[in-house]
Design a protein. Sequence first.
Lengths: 330, 178
Amino acid sequence: MSDPKRLLESSSHAAGPVRRALEAARAARPVEPLTREVWTALAAKLPLAPTGSGTPSSSDPSGGALGASSASGTGGLIGGAGAALGASTAPISTAIVIKAIGAGMALGVLVSAGAFAVTDSPSSAASAANESNSSSPLESPALPPRLTVPTAGAPTQSSGESPRSAGASARGPAEPERAAQAHSSAAPATAVERPAPQNIEPAAAGPNETPLPGKSSAAFAPADAPAAVARAGGAGALQRSDGSDALEEGRLVASARQAIRGGSPQRGLELLEGANRRFAGGQLAQEREVLLIEALFATQRTSLARERASQFLRDHPESAHATRVRAFLH
Amino acid sequence: MDFREVYDANCAFVWRSLRRLGVPASSVKDAMQDVFLVVYRRLPAFEQRSQLTTWLFRICLRAAKDYRRRAHIRREVLGEVELHEPVDQNADTALAIEQREGLQLFEAALSRLDLQQRAVFVLFELEEMTGEQVAEALEIPLGTVYSRLRLARQVFRRAVVQLSAASRAVHSRSASKS
């Protein structure tokens, strides 16, 4: 069998409009900042040099901290322990603000898994394409808030942590206003210093995972009682009866996403904490959890982030977010 | 193979693959991150038994499937249907307008294809892969590549004709009104 002629080959008989459409598609290029922004975002999650030939830091308001990291000369190496992660000080996409709102509206609807089912999914075990989760409906189960913080000076990631459950869900429904105030005042303090590469290796991650100072620390304050979680969940359940709460939840999640990907992961964490507290078990529980994992990585709480990522995959192996979450584990 | 080199050399490929596979502009950055996170993780194990681009495209296809699953409700809610941004929104030249219209036509026609057809169509027609390479990229038999390509072309051509006719009708109506 030989290949047919391509439609754009000069000898093909493709009609004018077909040719025009294909030529336009072939000429399409990504807009200039995009490659930089994606690289910067990756650098926030991986031990990469955030700046370089294709990623000038001129657009990066936190270029100083990033520059310190890239000066190490090892940031671009691959193949090291996948756990080593950089800080998220880089601005990235802001075009997705309303996405979470849409998702919030959308998650109330059961999605058919077969709506976009594809029958020829590559299935080779060796294939790198097998990262994706299997097809499944979007789920919107209540994901219990589980903000935990390792103790300072933990010698290893696995054994040195003393997870504590979050204040997020345990402090009750009276907190949102205070949280919102905290969010509005927390922005200036959200810069995260990127540590030297040796400090982001897993074995050295402990010192980076000390509790957050100030409000942040309060945000991750220990909350011991599952009953408190249940109470907060109950309040959230009551609030969910109002459709406007779903929108509000979406807005909060969108703001958190924007903060995290705009270089303020600490603020993102606080926003998520507020959302978790206010909408415990809300419709965007998965979305919140994924963002929270991302923010934890970005603020160097790598072992905690991994722990939550693992838990997320155990709880939601079929989630549409599974691919992204899985990527944090390696 | 250095991750940075892979990124620099293939960022545009990943972008256009995702876009052509239906990932909208508002999600393409996230999708690109997902793809390159997988690439980062898997690159050391990539044995170069296949072409890098075919391997990348498989990852893009997976990412696109994820996004389609998550995004189709968003599209319904937000009317998020575009595939490509105009190439240069500031260049208001005749060429840019023509390019934009061509892209819109392409996007609209491509949206009539299912994901399997899209994958074959864009790899063969736009990435200029051979049938064998497409088969390898999608891990399907060569005969399936050809049959999907044939179907995709039919659907695409028909859509372009319909959309062009509709566009002409709209233009003529607006011209007659003015």
